[in-house]
Write a protein that binds this ligand. Structure first.
Ligand code: GLP
Length: 241
């Protein structure tokens, strides 16, 4: 595990974008695993800028997103499909047919999870997986539980996650209660994992996840075992370690 400490959110975003850019330059037809949430917005902004300045070309890149709310139409402003288009896909040249997210509108959970695992397998796995972290240690939507999950599955979001994500919706009632998420095993199979974290409110969970025992009760802790894991975090997020 490698930790890159940055002064603030902006520097974290630039460093993370630089790592992703290096991946795309090294392997133009790479598979990027992408994440949503407030944290990656600045990273995507940098990638868009570098694309616009001619420094990056995404024409051969494929993407797989970590997760999607179950039951939310794609067009809903807070679907992860909309988030990704608004923040990245609408502004760079990733071919539409190489963009993959779980289909939250497919209410047949078994079929959708199988389909998504088959998509990831058909791409030969993920070269670089970008991750944020939830306050309870979740990655994607792999919530704390008694065992690590394997492939894509349907999860009931915890009260803490619903509470954290209500800021994006008009009211708490509107936050979907379920999501489809890539499993922990799939995340661990990525050839490189890049986590970005910013803010004092994440300091506690960073200490638990990366300086405490590996346990499914803190899903991110398993990344301690990943052979190529980079944590890019700002001073506030690292203030307790
Ligand atoms: C959501 C996403 C996660 C993300 C987490 C933290 O639950 N499913 O992928 O890491 O939120 O989000 P934020 O970056 O806004 O703190």
């Amino acid at each position: 595990m490698r930790i890159i400490r940055t002064k603030n959110y902006d520097e974290m975003s630039r460093k993370a974008a630089a790592i992703i850019a290096a991946q795309v330059i090294h392997k133009p037809n790479c598979v990027l695993g992408l994440a949503t949430g407030g944290t990656p917005v600045g990273t995507y902004k940098n990638l868009v800028e570098w694309y616009k300045s001619g420094d990056l070309d995404f024409s051969e890149v494929s993407t797989v997103n970590l997760d999607e709310y179950r039951g939310l139409p794609r067009e809903h402003r807070e679907s992860y499909w909309s988030f990704m288009h608004r923040n990245l896909f609408d502004h760079v040249n990733i071919p539409q047919d190489r963009i993959n997210l779980p289909d939250g509108t497919n209410m047949d959970a078994d079929a959708e999870c199988k389909r998504y695992d088959a998509v990831i397998a058909s791409m030969g796995g993920v070269d670089l997986q970008l991750l944020g972290i939830g306050h309870d240690g979740h990655i994607g939507f792999n919530e704390p539980s008694d065992a690590f999950d394997m492939g894509t599955h349907c999860v009931d979001l915890t009260e803490e996650t619903i509470e954290a994500n209500k800021r994006f919706f008009a009211s708490r009632d509107e936050v979907p209660r379920q999501a489809y998420t890539m499993g922990t095993h799939t995340i661990m199979s990525a050839r490189k994992v890049l986590m970005i974290v910013s803010g004092r409110d994440k300091a506690e969970i960073i200490k638990k996840a990366f300086f405490g025992p590996v346990t499914p009760h803190v899903p991110a802790s398993i990344l301690q075992m990943h052979p190529n894991f980079v944590l890019v975090a700002d001073e506030d997020a690292l203030s307790l370690v």
